[in-house]
Ligand binder design. Structure first.
Ligand code: ZN
Ligand code: ZN
Length: 96
């Protein structure tokens, strides 16, 4: 099976698998993901993005070395847990 180079112009974080628009700084790993991971914009990663966008959630299909839990993957945060809704409520300790 061969992949067609679709050149979709994105980079993929190698750690959390979030997707960002392609830029030289990101591709050269000068700019890193919020999670600290390096971005990569190679053909292989483009294919991964295309598959993720296509609904594939199998680490094996995506050829990941360390298949993370992709069930909650989204482009913004990758496999990181989505940010908690800001809970300004603290939990008062009830002593009685
Ligand atoms: Zn990341
Ligand atoms: Zn790559």
């Amino acid at each position: 099976m061969t992949f067609v180079h679709n050149n979709i112009g994105v980079v993929l974080c190698q750690d959390c698998l979030c997707v960002r628009p392609f830029s030289d700084a990101r591709h050269m790993a000068e700019e890193r993901c919020e999670c600290g991971g390096e971005f990569c914009g190679c053909l292989h990663c483009e294919c991964g993005v295309a598959m993720l966008r296509g609904g594939i959630r199998s680490g094996l299909a995506l050829d990941l070395e360390d298949p993370a839990d992709l069930a909650f993957w989204c482009e913004e945060t990758g496999t990181r847990a989505p940010p908690e809704p800001t809970a300004s409520r603290h939990h008062p300790t009830t002593l009685f």
